[in-house]
Design a protein around this ligand. Sequence first.
Ligand code: SAM
Length: 224
Amino acid sequence: MMLDTLQLMNFAAENEKLKAFSDFLKSENAKYNLTAVTDDKEIISKHFFDSLVGERFLEKGANVCDIGSGAGFPLIPLAVLRGDCSFTGVDSTQKKVNFINAACAMLDIKNCYAVHARAEEIKPRGSFSAVTARAVASLNTLCEYCLPALRVDGVMIAYKGSAAEEEVAEAEKALVVLGGRVEEIFRYTLPTGEDRAIIKIRKTAPTPTKYPRPGNKPRLKPIK
Ligand code: SAM
């Protein structure tokens, strides 16, 4: 499993931080709902292992925004493993933002903080070199959340299930309109057996300023 693998790979300090984060997540989750995944094996596989797969797509020193971070995934595992990068988590639920910032303070994670905002409000536009998102929205909606925040030539890293090709087909128009191109679909299997995929999208052109649209339109009326 990932935490033991990190230990073997001489990432002892990172491993300790991830274990401490897992303990903090479980204790806070007992007080208020943060995640439906509570079994230790599942937390390691479905939260930690899955989150860390995206690390391969982050260039050295990347300035990363994680949209819809929830209880800190993939945000916190990536921030712990990639001390060379800076991370901003964005979530529309205040208690999740508070949880992430409390975890970062407690675990002395200095390259990461979270802000309470909607993805449609991220400012300044075009400022991040990478944007990650897991379990937030369908790909066409997600493109409207992520691509405006990216600088041209930056990468969007969308964590998805096994139906990645269908999502890409559905997002074809959104990608053209918003200035993105799919570079890779990276498939993998979690230690607990579920198939997953990461869709890597390159921002190839500036996003027209009318996007993202306000009023929850990216979700209610996705570009089709
Ligand atoms: N990324 C985390 C994970 O994989 O465990 C959380 C996934 S959770 C299903 C989706 C999260 O996205 C929620 O915390 C929700 O508040 C947030 N979210 C949904 N739409 C959003 C938006 N438009 N702007 C910011 N956050 C949003």
